[in-house]
Design a protein around this ligand. Structure first.
Ligand code: PEP
Ligand code: MG
Length: 325
């Protein structure tokens, strides 16, 4: 199947209506990096940093992490890598962390909440990232930011790390971009200042969907009841993109749906211009985008809803099959 898309690797994901959709890849291991060239991804839109913490029986050392992050940047050869700080808790439990007895871990002590309440590990990770970047651009993204204050606090921690690293004589990154993952509906309604101050936003659709519908992503019984192509969700995505556009805040989508062709097309029709996905999905998603007019897709979606459809899947699939897919 990969061969089928090989011819597309060097071609842009440009739609029939002339819109460019940037294709980035998700990664989490050094072994993923060769896919950057072979998939034709423009960069790593999400580097999940949990694995290095999950595969050991104790917290990895700062030096080890700095070496790994530097190797990842080397392997990316100047392409942008978005490093997401540790996102643990909920479905990602560290073997050496005291298990938290929480009634609802998905809504519990996880991700940035842990990082801010117990900043030791996050500080160490930020040091490893800045040391790895030394003289190169660095991009950091904080997971599961539910309110502006959390973003401000995390950014202040990073600023603090930068000052102390400089005092220790380390070469700082040449530039730093700091973004937030939008994974809870609350952040979409944050004050304007948040959108002005964040360098970018990445929509974590896996989590956002579960909180939007209040349906546990790990629970088969309720998860499947709510389709990504549910009009309410697509509409929400459209509003998030509009709000970001209003402040010129770059916005991308990095949940699994970005790698599913029909879902990806719907997201692009809602205005998303950067998608980050598993490398193997880039070919199929690109192939579809290149043969479509997004204004038409948006019309199909809105018309389906006007006709009373809650999920636009049926109508969109019918339209796509008419287009020869
Ligand atoms: C997401 O929630 O969409 C996401 C990309 O993060 P993760 O799947 O790692 O929670
Ligand atoms: Mg998430």
């Amino acid at each position: 199947a990969q061969q089928r898309y090989a011819g597309l690797v060097g071609l842009p994901a440009e739609t029939l209506c002339g819109k460019h959709i940037a294709m980035h890849m998700n990664a989490g291991l050094m072994a993923d990096l060769p896919s950057l060239a072979s998939s034709g991804a423009e960069g790593v839109g999400l580097f999940r940093t949990e694995l290095q913490f999950l595969i050991r029986n104790k917290v990895p050392r700062r030096g080890e992490l700095a070496t790994l992050y530097a190797r990842v940047m080397d392997a990316a050869r100047g392409k942008r890598v978005v490093f997401r700080t540790l996102d643990i808790g909920s479905d990602k439990v560290l073997p050496y962390m005291k298990p938290q007895d929480e009634p609802n871990p998905a809504m519990g002590w996880r991700a940035i909440r842990v990082g801010l309440d117990k900043p030791g590990v996050m500080r160490m990770q930020l040091q490893a990232l800045t040391r790895a970047a030394a003289g190169r651009p660095l991009t950091i993204m904080f997971p599961f930011v539910a309110q502006f204050d959390e973003f401000r606090e995390a950014r202040a921690l990073l600023d603090d790390v930068l000052i102390s690293e400089r005092k220790l004589g380390y070469v700082p990154p040449s530039s730093i971009e700091v973004g937030a993952m939008l994974e809870t509906p609350s952040l979409a309604f944050a004050p304007d200042l948040f959108f002005e101050q964040t360098d970018f936003i990445s929509i974590g659709g896996n989590d956002l969907k579960q909180f939007f519908f209040a349906a546990d992503r790990e629970n088969e019984r309720v998860r499947r009841r709510y389709d990504t192509l549910n009009y309410s969700f697509l509409n929400f995505i459209r509003q998030i993109v509009q709000r970001c556009d209003q402040f010129d805040t770059p916005v991308s989508f990095c949940g699994e749906d970005a790698g599913r062709p029909i879902e990806a097309v719907a997201l692009a029709a809602m205005g998303v211009r950067t998608l980050s996905m598993r490398p193997a999905s880039i070919g199929p998603v690109k192939a579809m985008l290149r043969r479509l007019d997004l204004d038409e897709v948006a019309q199909v979606i809105d018309q389906a809803a006007a006709n009373g459809a809650q999920s636009v899947r049926e109508d969109l699939t019918a339209y796509l099959s008419k287009q020869g897919f």
